[in-house]
Write a new protein. Structure first.
Length: 419
């Protein structure tokens, strides 16, 4: 019961916060934020069987049931610019849905997971359980003083830019003929950055900003110790030049108007490289951390883009995600392939269009309204009624899933919530 209640509360809070952020643009025309996004995941049966170690008949059946479930699911998220809904369908039949309907000072969350209730979230009200969104404000002079170290840092970096020189270089199968070096060492970058941070955190305006952020009730620990910055500066100063990483940075360009900033940081036998800039009318970003991560994002002038992401989830486990995206005035399509080492796990296809029409399947009529704050007290009669409705809705959902994919029966018996 407690775990299920925590899950419902977490989901409700996430939806409430997302809707609250969207509400900030309520003054904009509805069409500007209307749209529909569809998600489709397709698993490779042999890969899932291999991952689950389906050596026996029972495990093989579970693997097949998982594949049958996922491969027959469709997820759709729609917004008409004000209200929003998400519908999950199995074999083209809706099995789980949720909607966020907004009023002037509150929002209503509806779902077939709790078919007889409406969850009310008061926008910024004290009893809603949802924190209001306080405005962060600083005196203009304080704000200017906080930005000054950053401005000075940029100006100091610009003094490190050298003279253009002719080169013959090649990046992404494109020739570059001009190189402008950035004559700076890793120690200089570290010291310049640390000193700028020290100047910022030492100001009264920063202390006020920190207090305002803490007042938002965010679940993060924000603290800055000026002495720790001094210690870091001292450590950098005491580092011998030969022991510090070697930094190489330059801007490459050509007659076509392409320009790339290339940064290499070498330490021992490892070199971390970063490339970012404009290429053939588009943009490209590449980060390579040998043995740990690689990321390439390349967008083109026609609205298409390529992505290649690799990271070591753990020793000997390399996850690779590759994909392509295309977009025009009618929407976008993204197709991603996911692999583990050399094992092809499946694909993810995301489509979107700038048109949002709600299904109209969610209504507030004939339902009991309950404030989200009431769910925090399990002894509350209203909360108990809501959770009973959730359990009934969950049983109905699981029954529909098993009816559509009979092989899930074994899994469902293990997933049923415990009282």
């Amino acid at each position: 019961m407690k775990k299920l209640l925590s899950l419902i509360l977490a989901l409700m809070m996430a939806l409430a916060c997302v809707s609250a952020v969207a509400e900030q643009d309520a003054a904009a025309p509805a069409a500007s934020s209307a749209g529909t996004i569809a998600l489709k995941v397709t698993l490779v049966p042999e890969a899932i069987s291999a991952l689950l170690g389906a050596a026996d008949e029972n495990t093989a059946a579970i693997a097949q049931a998982v594949v049958d479930l996922v491969n027959n699911l469709d997820i759709s998220m729609t917004s008409d610019g004000v209200d929003a809904e998400m519908i999950i369908s199995l074999k083209e039949q809706p099995v789980l849905g949720m909607a966020v309907l907004k009023d002037t000072d509150k929002m209503f969350i509806l779902s077939n997971l709790f078919p007889n209730y409406i969850l009310k979230v008061g926008a910024g009200s004290a009893g809603s359980g949802v924190p209001s969104m306080p405005q962060i404000s600083l005196d203009p002079e304080q704000l200017s003083a906080l930005l000054a170290p950053v401005t000075n840092l940029i100006a100091e970096m610009q003094t490190k830019i050298g003279e253009p020189e002719a080169v013959e270089a090649n990046f992404f199968d494109t020739p570059f003929t001009v190189r402008i070096p950035i004559n700076i060492t890793a120690k200089e970058v570290a010291l310049m950055g640390l000193n700028a941070v020290k100047q910022i955190v030492s100001q009264e305006g920063f202390a006020q900003l920190l207090e305002q952020i803490k007042g938002m009730g965010l679940p993060i620990n924000l603290s800055f110790d000026a002495s720790s910055i001094d210690s870091a500066i001292e450590n950098v100063n005491n580092t011998k030049d030969e022991d510090a990483p070697h930094l190489g940075a330059a801007v490459y360009s050509n007659e076509s108007g392409d320009a790339l900033t290339v940064i290499n940081v070498a330490k021992d036998a490892d070199t971390i490289s970063v490339i970012a800039g404009s290429l053939a009318g588009g943009t490209v970003y590449e980060i390579n951390v040998p043995g740990k991560a690689y990321c390439l994002m390349h967008s083109f002038v026609d609205g298409s883009a390529l992505m290649n992401l690799q990271f070591a989830a753990q020793q000997g486990m390399l996850v690779t995600i590759t994909g392509a995206f295309t977009s025009d005035e009618t929407g976008f399509v993204g197709s991603l392939n996911v692999a583990l080492n050399e094992l092809d796990l499946g694909s993810i296809v995301v489509t979107g269009m700038p048109i949002g029409v709600l299904s109209g399947s969610f209504t507030t009529e004939g339902k009991t309204e309950i404030d989200v704050a009431a769910l925090s007290d399990q002894s509350n009669e209203a909360a108990q009624g809501f959770m009973t409705d959730v359990q009934t809705g969950l049983i109905t959902l699981l029954s529909n899933l098993v009816q559509a994919v009979p092989g899930l029966a074994g899994l469902m018996s293990q997933m049923m919530p415990q009282q």
